[in-house]
Write a protein that binds this ligand. Structure first.
Ligand SMILES: Cc1cc2nc3c(=O)[nH]c(=O)nc-3n(C[C@H](O)[C@H](O)[C@H](O)COP(=O)(O)OP(=O)(O)OC[C@H]3O[C@@H](n4cnc5c(N)ncnc54)[C@H](O)[C@@H]3O)c2cc1C
Length: 472
């Protein structure tokens, strides 16, 4: 069994590293779905554009999602009632944009129409589904009250819509990127500093090269260059566990579904096998990777696993994406609460309208405004994140794992075949102790979500640096 996502085999190794100083009009930092779509929407603007990515294009959170494209999102039950209608409208617009990119350009990315279900197993949650039915009705989205074909899950109420889709996110991203013929793409280029000088940004890569740009778009998922503005009051991280393999049952029809209860289960099919996600809402401090991966076997839905992996996304306190202008000439796209496909489509168009001073999609500007104040209630809820971070920090200090040995500043993992992998013990971000994720063989920060591969290369989260140790 492999410990990586099914989409990772589609990633492309370009290795076009930034090897000189350059000057552009717009610099996009981050080559996930947010960054690539922003590049696509700016491609014909006449501006000089560059996109920098620290690993391969698409290799971040985007390569580890389940990739359902549906309006029936579990977060609809979390979003304030006053914002729900506009949020749904933004997703409807996002879907129109995505479909037109695929259809107009004949993209081959396993984009497939399917039936979606949003369900609950708790009677106390039926009212929440009723609220969603109302907003669907208001927006003339036709739905049925029908349960998903899952005999092993005791569904008590459910909504079904037929106008949903699924996609292979990396095949899609690659083709969108290839259409951006006016954009300079640099991968394996890690940005470590963003400075403002007069009316320009001086952006420094780890290899010493510099990009001078009039406009910067942060599409790094975790907005760590903007620490004082965001973390930890406005956002939290949630980790989920995903398995892919032959299902244990046959439904006779294809579908996808997700529930709105405390333990999240999400299902879709790809290539006649099931992608099964569980464990959303696992706060960083509750991470016990081995135990959580084991949960994928609880419902006996998958007979044989081909692969398993985990993924973390950013959840704002109001569950609304953070998309728009931060200050003059500084923009951001993040905070999708594990529903990034449609939001990144609408968000990148909104950003481009703001940059090019156009009117289209500006009706969403306030809803997703990165500078919007958070309410007292949200502030109190978010304080819990700080508690979670402290918990995670302590967990790191008292970490025990019989394959891992710790010195004061280093951690050593000894693999079954006797190889030793030595890394720095603390995360460069805020010096939290790292935990070893035995299943995926990664070093993970239990507080803020940074992740490093076995060799110490940073692969996710807020750390700008890797944790490699020079062994002489
Ligand atoms: C378990 C799970 C399941 C999901 N399933 C779905 C789903 O079914 N449908 C859906 O719509 N959404 C889903 N999502 C959400 C979706 O995957 C994300 O919201 C989306 O992929 C985020 O895209 P992004 O471009 O913002 O981030 P990323 O894909 O992480 O891209 C950010 C990029 O920035 C790069 N970067 C970071 N720092 C630097 C730096 N200093 N220098 C250069 N580059 C840098 C990173 O390497 C990364 O490639 C899911 C999320 C999770 C966690």
């Amino acid at each position: 069994m492999e410990n990586k996502s099914i989409w990772s085999k589609y990633l492309e190794k370009n290795e076009k590293i930034l090897d000189k100083n350059i000057s552009v009009d717009v610099l996009i930092i981050g080559g996930g779905i947010s960054g690539v779509l922003t590049a696509y929407n700016l491609n014909n603007s006449g501006l000089k554009i560059a996109l920098v990515e620290r690993n391969e294009i698409g290799s971040g959170i985007t390569s580890k999602m389940t990739a359902k494209v549906t309006l029936l999102q579990d977060i609809l039950t979390k979003i304030d009632e006053k914002d729900l209608d506009l949020y749904l409208k933004s997703q409807i617009d996002g879907l129109k944009i995505l479909k037109s990119i695929i259809e107009d350009n004949n993209l081959d990315c396993c984009f497939k129409k399917n039936t979606s279900y949003l369900y609950t197993i708790k009677k106390s949650n039926i009212k929440k589904l009723d609220k969603i039915k109302k907003v669907l009705e208001d927006n003339k989205i036709s739905f049925q009250e029908e349960n998903p074909p899952l005999s092993s899950i005791p569904v008590v109420s459910s909504i079904k819509i037929d106008n949903s889709y699924e996609i292979n996110p990396i095949l899609y991203l690659k083709q969108v990127k290839n259409m951006c013929n006016n954009v300079q793409f640099y991968d394996h280029t890690n940005i470590v500093e963003v400075l403002k000088e007069d009316k320009k940004f001086i952006v420094k890569a780890e290899n010493g090269n510099t990009i001078t740009s009039k406009i910067v778009v942060f599409a790094t998922n975790y907005p760590y260059f903007l620490k004082p503005l965001f973390f930890p009051i406005k956002v939290k991280l949630e980790k989920s566990y995903i398995g892919y393999g032959k299902p244990n049952f046959s439904t006779g029809k294809d579908f996808n579904c997700i529930n709105i209860d405390k333990d999240v289960h999400s299902i879709r099919f790809y290539d006649n096998k099931m992608i099964y996600l569980t464990g959303s809402k696992i706060n960083a401090s509750k991470v016990n990777d081995a135990k959580n991966f084991l949960k994928l076997t609880d419902n006996n839905l998958i007979k044989e696993f081909d692969c398993m992996w985990s993924n973390i996304d950013l959840f704002p306190s109001d569950y609304l994406p953070i998309m728009g202008r931060i200050f003059d000439n500084m923009y951001i796209l993040t905070g999708y609460s594990a529903w990034g496909i449609l939001s990144s489509h609408i968000g990148s168009c909104l950003l481009v309208s703001l940059i090019l001073k156009k009117k289209k999609y500006l009706k969403y500007q306030e809803l997703f405004n990165p500078r919007k104040k958070i309410t007292m209630k949200k502030f109190v809820n978010s304080s819990f994140n700080v508690y979670e971070n402290i918990n995670g920090f302590l967990k790191g200090i008292f970490a025990k794992n019989k394959l891992v040995f710790y010195s004061k500043d280093k951690a050593i993992y000894v693999s079954n075949d006797g190889y030793c992998y030595i890394v720095k013990r603390k995360c460069p971000h805020l010096k939290c102790n790292l935990l070893f994720n035995e299943v995926e063989k990664t070093w993970d920060c239990p507080c803020h979500g940074s992740r490093f591969d076995l060799f110490g290369n940073v692969i996710a989260g807020p750390s700008k640096y890797n944790i490699k140790v020079d062994v002489k």
